[in-house]
Design a protein around this ligand. Structure first.
Ligand code: NDP
Length: 250
């Protein structure tokens, strides 16, 4: 893109690490002004240094729901528009069903679900003024089938799929497409270590993944770049598994 005015602007929550960073990297290296959001400035700054001049780091704890309207206003003041929102920030908790406290359950729901609603609501106010926008929510295999010991996470991600469809039917007539990506088992130091330490789970994962390998963070980046782009201009309301076939595996 030739000048700053024409450059698209994206927000990626949780863009300082993992899948969020991989999506932010795809966006910024394709000329999209990309604002990465998280709680820890050092982590964001390190990612920004890696991603280069199209990347901007901004601190916001998305569970601080009351702060989100002013945060989004600040982005509009500074960057002029918002074309893409990726609701990626998320937490997980692995614990026996009966051991999960009310507070722990609520904390996962607030981070993974309520903040997605509030952030989207505020960003949509700006997208409606523009008459266009693309929102991508990050779901999970935990919304495709039952996984043990992740009760709050499963509830939050299943709700994300419903939220995605409800937003899509209401907002698509106004030019805003809303989709979700459901990542399968994606390689990171943490996921690799977790599977290596639990051979039974590892066998289960690969046993039902037709492609027989884990995904790479860039695979999620490619899917996000596609869904955000005009190449996906007739796609709304889908939950796209990027999972090597895991969700349909036997
Ligand atoms: P990471 O832990 O690497 O990334 C999560 C990011 O979210 C961090 O950068 C963190 O930054 C940010 N974050 C967490 N809480 C908050 C908060 N309250 N406010 C602002 N930012 C926050 O995890 P992944 O990259 O693995 O996960 C990213 C998303 O992908 C999640 O929604 C996850 O559920 C989903 N997912 C991941 C899969 C995988 O295989 N990795 C599979 C399926 C889904 P900071 O700590 O600075 O706040």
């Amino acid at each position: 893109m030739s000048n700053q005015q024409e450059q698209k602007v994206a927000i990626v929550t949780g863009g300082g690490s993992g899948l969020g960073k991989a999506m932010a990297k795809k966006f910024s290296s394709n000329g999209i002004t990309t604002i990465i959001v998280g709680r820890q400035i050092e982590k964001l700054q390190a990612a920004k240094d890696e991603l280069g001049e199209n990347c901007f780091a901004m601190v916001c704890d998305v569970t601080n729901l009351g702060s989100i309207p002013a945060f989004v206003d600040g982005i509009v003041q500074k960057f002029g528009r918002i074309d893409i929102l990726v609701n990626n920030a998320g937490i997980n908790q692995k614990k026996e069903f009966t051991e999960v406290t009310d507070e722990e359950f609520q904390n996962v729901l607030t981070t993974n679900l309520t903040s997605v609603f509030v952030m989207s609501r505020e960003v949509v106010k700006q997208m409606l003024k523009q008459g266009s926008g693309s929102i991508i929510n990050i779901s999970s295999m935990a919304a495709q089938y039952g996984l043990p010991k992740v009760i709050a996470y499963s509830a939050s991600k299943t709700a994300i799929d419903g939220l995605t469809r409800a937003m899509a039917v209401e907002l698509s007539p106004k030019g805003i497409r809303v989709n979700a990506i459901a990542p399968g088992f994606i390689y990171s130091d943490m996921t690799a270590k977790a599977l290596d330490s639990d051979p039974e789970r590892k066998a289960k994962v690969f046993g039902r993944t037709p492609m027989g390998i884990m995904g790479q963070p860039e695979d999620i980046g490619d899917a996000a770049l596609f869904l955000a782009s005009d190449a996906a201009k007739y796609i709304t309301g889908v939950v796209l598994p990027v999972d090597g076939g895991n969700s349909i595996g036997f």
